[in-house]
Design a protein around this ligand. Structure first.
Ligand SMILES: Cc1ncc(COP(=O)(O)OP(=O)(O)O)c(N)n1
Ligand SMILES: Cc1ncsc1CCOP(=O)(O)O
Ligand SMILES: [Mg+2]
Length: 214
């Protein structure tokens, strides 16, 4: 069962071992992990996947691989996240099968018209909500109004995660706008205490979801 509330996408750890950061973040309440190393070769990515898999232990938190569906398949990972420069979700579904988790980056409302790929996706990612130094080659930021517009236009049963410039100060706004979870890189990977950072983000998201549902 996909729990999109707090999604850690891996990134710069300020010199600390990635597996330590991911393990701490999962202890702090991360519900989903994506291994994202844009410059890694497939064998390096697969080795990193194995390290993360050990780090999360028996928590059952799913680990997805960014971009590379072949590595996702050969490592036995939970699935893949794809965007405009990657294979399409429907193609990833053919490759990985019905049980895989497949996420798709959404940049504008028009993309929702691609019903084959929306249907092939387990979640959609509003990308980016705000400009971020972590990824500079993005399309125009959607803002909170863009998140709300996507949520209104999407199939109601499909989870929407929001990514880009999200931290503890604005996470509740993103949930209030209609996201079902937040995806973060720097708010956890760059934090002095990644477990505490994850814990704060998770309770902020949980509180905002409870307010939205009350
Ligand atoms: C959860 C999540 N959302 C969006 C992205 C961005 O994917 P993409 O547009 O393919 O860009 P890269 O990550 O490949 O640079 C993501 N990775 N995760
Ligand atoms: C991978 C990705 N896709 C869209 S924005 C982004 C980076 C988000 O990083 P941060 O959480 O540090 O803003
Ligand atoms: Mg990509």
């Amino acid at each position: 069962m996909l729990d999109p509330r707090l999604y850690l996408v891996t990134g710069d750890t300020r010199g600390r071992p990635l597996a330590d950061i991911v393990g701490a973040a999962v202890d702090g309440g991360v519900t989903l992990v994506q291994l994202r190393e844009k410059d890694a070769r497939p064998d390096t990515l697969a080795a990193r996947y194995d390290e993360l898999s050990i780090a999360i232990g028996d928590t059952r938190v799913p680990i997805l691989v960014n971009d590379d569906a072949d590595v996702a398949r050969t490592t036995g990972s939970a699935g893949v996240h794809v965007g405009p420069d990657d294979i399409a979700p429907a193609e990833a579904r053919d490759l990985l099968g019905a049980d895989a988790l497949i996420g798709w980056s959404i940049h504008d409302l028009a993309q929702l018209g691609d019903t084959e790929n929306v249907r092939a996706s387990d979640y959609l990612a509003a990308s980016p909500v705000w400009a971020t130094a972590t990824k500079t080659d993005t399309t125009a930021p959607l803002g909170l109004a863009g998140v709300a517009a996507l949520r209104r236009s999407m199939p109601p049963h499909v989870p929407l995660v929001a990514i880009g410039g999200i931290d503890a100060t604005n996470a509740a706004d993103v949930i209030a706008a209609g996201a079902d979870g937040i995806a973060v890189v720097s708010a956890i990977c760059s934090a002095a205490d990644p477990e505490a950072a994850a814990c704060e983000l998770r309770s902020t998201v949980d509180d905002a979801l409870a307010r939205r549902e009350s």
